[in-house]
Structure formats: C-alpha cells, structure tokens
Write a protein that binds this ligand. Structure first.
Ligand code: GFB
Length: 443
C-alpha cells in the first residue's frame, strides 16, 4: 500500500507496535524517542505523539540587516504561532542561529557566527512556553541537511489600498537563493551554513497578515516535515501586548551566566542587589507575578544611548551627545542619584565626550576585556547592558530603539513603576518629545 512508502507513517506504526508489545503507552499516546534532544536542559526529551502526529519543524529567518532585538521580536511572533499550531498538531520551533548580525562587529567575526540560542537565552525557560530546538540539533536528527519546503515571504508587488489579511503564491520579486541542479537543492545563506544546507523546494508567498494567519496554510496546504519561513518579519504580531504575548516575553529569560555577570557588576559598582532592589527573580517565570511599584531598583540612573547607525537612521529623534548629557544631568539631579550607568553602542570618542559633560557624577559602563567579549560575544555584552539597565531606579532610553523597548519589558516583568521605565531622550533638551507607549504587563 502507498501508505507504507511514507517513512514517517512507517516509523509511527512501528512505534505503535513496540508500544503495544511493551504495554507502556496507549495506542493513541505513545513516546517517540527518535527526537532525542534535551527538552528540559539536562533531561532526556520525550515527545508524546499519536499515530498521525509525528512532530513537524518550523524554521524561520529574518531580513539580514535587522538587529538583535528586532530579531527577538520576530521570535515572539513565531513562537506564538508555534503555540497555536501545537493546539492542533506537534510542531517544534527550530531556533535560527545568530550569524552575520550587522551590528556585531567585534574583531573575530567568525566567532560571531552560528551562535546557538543557549549562548544568550535560557532554553529550558523558552521551552516552558513552546517546544524549541537549536538548529544544530535539528541537523543531527535530520537524515540529511535539508529543509523540505522554504517559503520566502514578500509584500504585494502592487502595494495595497486597504489592509486585509491575505496570502498568495507569487513570482519572487527578489530571490536570494539559487538552484543547485547537481544536488537538486536551493542554496542560500541558511544562518551562515551556506552550502552545508539546502532546501528541497522554494516558493515565494506574498503575505499581508498576522503570524497566526499562516497557521491553516501550514496545517493543510503542506505536509512537509520541515518548513522554513524566510523574511518572517513580514508577519505581524497576532496581538501585541496581550497575556499570551507576555507569557512568551516572560519565557525569554537571558542565560544565567550573562545575568550573573551583570549582577556582579551591579553589586560591585552600583550598590545594587536583588534583595536591596526588591527585584527577586523566581526560578520559574510562570510563577513570577509582580505589581507595579514592587521593585525599587538600585540607586543609579540607567541610560540607553543608541548611536552608531541610529544617528543617521533616526536623525529626527537622536539627540547630540551634548544634548543627551544635559538631559541626563538634569534627570540625575532631579532624582538625587549620583551614579549613572550608560549602555551605548557609541564609539569611544563619543562616550568620552559624554563623560566629559557629567563630571559631577560617577559614570559607569560595562567594559569587557577582549577575552570576555570573545567569550560572551557582542550579543552577550548587549544582554549584560540590558540586564543592568533593567535594574536601575530609573531608566531612560532612545526613542524607537527595540534595544530600549526590550529593557522596558524587562522592567515590567520585574515590577517597576511605569513612570520609572517608559522614558526616552529627546532630540533637544528644551523640547518636549513623545514618550514611549506604556505597554504594561498582562498576566
Ligand atoms: O538591538 P537592535 O535591533 O536595536 O539593534 P534597534 C541594535 C544593535 O546595536 C544591538 C548594538 O543588537 C547591539 O548589538 N547596541 C545598541 C548595543 N545599543 C547598545 C548598547 O547600549 N550596548 C551594547 N552592548 N550594544 C535597529 C536595528 O536597532 O536600528 C535595525 O534592529 C536598524 O536593523 C535600525 O539598524 C536603524 O532597534 O536600536
């Protein structure tokens, strides 16, 4: 029968027979140990599936120029989609390795490639929201380094008059992949793995919609075991700021080794400890619920001063270094804080200029040694900066920077009063500027 030609169905039936013989699981609820990756860190993952439901794998990638925190935002859109898919069938989210991130310019560029998510995030925490696995783990369990179907998401060539959710197979307007006729595979960037990986099939999809809108397509229009959505930032958040969004956000805990470094820095230079700041972290994000104002934070003002490409890209909003310093000085005086922590991507000369205007205060920056930067990578240093900013008595960021937004979420999770969190520098000290939207946590 045709059915036996499909190896997945064959595997499932084989497992069913084994289960039945061992009398260890019901015919509709058995254990597939083929996918033996660590589900809870350190423990063997057992995925419970039924006969028709071997797990499927969803991969994604984002526009190459996007930064770390925008990518974190896209993760959330896809993770919420995975959560929804799992209501119908088992899907696993394959985490896209961090490679070739435009802003990560440290000297050893090779070391900034193919970085697994565990270098930055607590995977067991992510997994208590949805099943996720590293790309390397996906390669290990795949018979060959091939993604069955790849969909390159794009907008509509003709643009749009009215916004409506829709999706159509269309000719590719831009296609960064090329066909390798010898291997019968589409080749491309694939998170820096290049020719070591390929896709069996490629199609372009014009899409206008939320991430959840592609769910029926994934469930019914394709039966591929592995599906990749490239340019996943094209899909919008299903419901930005609702309780599911926040569950996902709360599960995105930074890796413990990075939090520890930031915590040591807080204690050593900023008189800041979890106890003193009333910002105790609970082991499990699911049981951590805080009210606004529970956390008071360490006795310092934290500033996220986004410079580098932002100075050009957001010229309208980014203040000069001198103007930023004026605003910081004014605020620190008003808050009666003598310590200022600065997280910035500014070149050293700009940082020195800033410090020069703030001589009445103790100004701190997290400055890793070359070895530490090589070990924790630019992404790890960015996280350390964010974690320190998240614990300050008062935070002021840069308008429209997702780096600042993620610090704001972190402070919501910790239980800070919103007025100490949702603040941004203005173009000019004298001018009033629009302050960030208060996306308050929902449980
Ligand atoms: O995080 P991100 O998406 O924020 O990208 P925006 C900015 C990157 O710059 C971060 C570095 O991932 C860091 O690598 N960076 C910025 C910092 N500020 C700091 C800081 O205070 N400390 C450290 N250690 N690193 C968008 C980008 O950036 O800006 C877009 O996502 C585009 O691709 C646009 O470049 C202009 O939302 O600020």
């Amino acid at each position: 029968m045709v059915i036996f030609c499909n190896p997945r169905i064959f595997d499932a039936i084989f497992l069913l027979v084994v289960c039945f013989l061992l009398d260890q699981c019901s015919p509709h609820n058995h254990v597939d140990e083929d996918d033996g990756f660590d589900f809870q860190q350190g423990t063997k993952f057992k995925l419970v599936v039924d006969e028709a439901k071997a797990p499927r794998y969803l991969l994604y990638d984002v526009n190459p120029g996007e930064g770390f925190n925008l990518r974190r935002d896209v993760y959330m859109r896809i993770a919420v989609l995975i959560k929804s898919l799992n209501e119908d069938a088992p899907w696993i989210l394959v985490l896209p390795p961090w490679s070739g991130i435009y802003h990560w310019r440290s000297r050893d560029i090779e070391a900034q490639n193919k970085i697994p998510w565990s270098a930055f995030f607590d995977l067991s925490s992510l997994r208590s929201f949805v099943p996720v696995m590293e790309f390397e783990e996906f390669l290990k369990i795949s018979r060959e380094p091939v993604i069955e179907e790849l969909y390159y998401l794009q907008h509509y060539k003709e643009g749009w008059d009215k916004w409506e959710e829709k999706m159509d197979r269309r000719p590719c307007m831009h296609n960064p992949y090329s066909y390798d006729s010898e291997a019968n595979l589409w080749r491309g960037w694939f998170f820096g793995y290049d020719r070591a990986v390929g896709a069996r099939k490629l199609e372009c999809l014009s899409v206008m919609g939320h991430a959840g809108f592609v769910k029926p397509f994934l469930l019914t229009n394709t039966s591929a075991r592995s599906v990749m959505l490239d340019r996943a930032e094209t899909l919008l958040h299903d419901r930005y700021g609702d309780s599911v969004f926040w569950q996902c956000r709360r599960s995105m805990r930074f890796a413990k080794h990075l939090r520890d470094i930031a915590d040591n820095f807080r204690a050593e230079y900023l008189d800041s400890t979890d106890e003193g700041d009333k910002a105790i972290i609970e082991e499990d994000w699911q049981s951590m619920k805080r009210n606004h104002g529970d956390a008071i934070g360490g006795p310092y003002l934290a500033v996220h001063l986004r410079r580098a490409d932002f100075v050009r890209a957001r010229e309208k909003y980014v203040p000069s270094v001198k103007s930023a310093a004026k605003q910081i000085k004014h605020l620190a005086k008003q808050l009666n804080l003598t310590k200022i922590f600065v997280a910035t991507d500014a070149p050293q000369t700009e940082y020195d200029e800033l410090k020069g205007y703030l001589t009445d205060f103790s100004v701190y920056q997290f400055e890793p040694t070359l070895e530490a930067r090589a070990k924790y990578k630019d992404g790890g240093v960015a996280i350390i900066d964010q974690w320190i900013c998240a614990h300050a008595r008062y935070f002021i960021g840069t308008r429209e920077s997702t780096f600042s937004f993620r610090i704001q979420d972190e402070r919501e999770i910790l239980g800070f009063a919103p007025e100490t969190t949702f603040n941004c520098l203005c173009k000019k000290k004298e001018s009033e500027c629009e302050q960030p939207t208060r996306w308050l946590i929902k449980y």
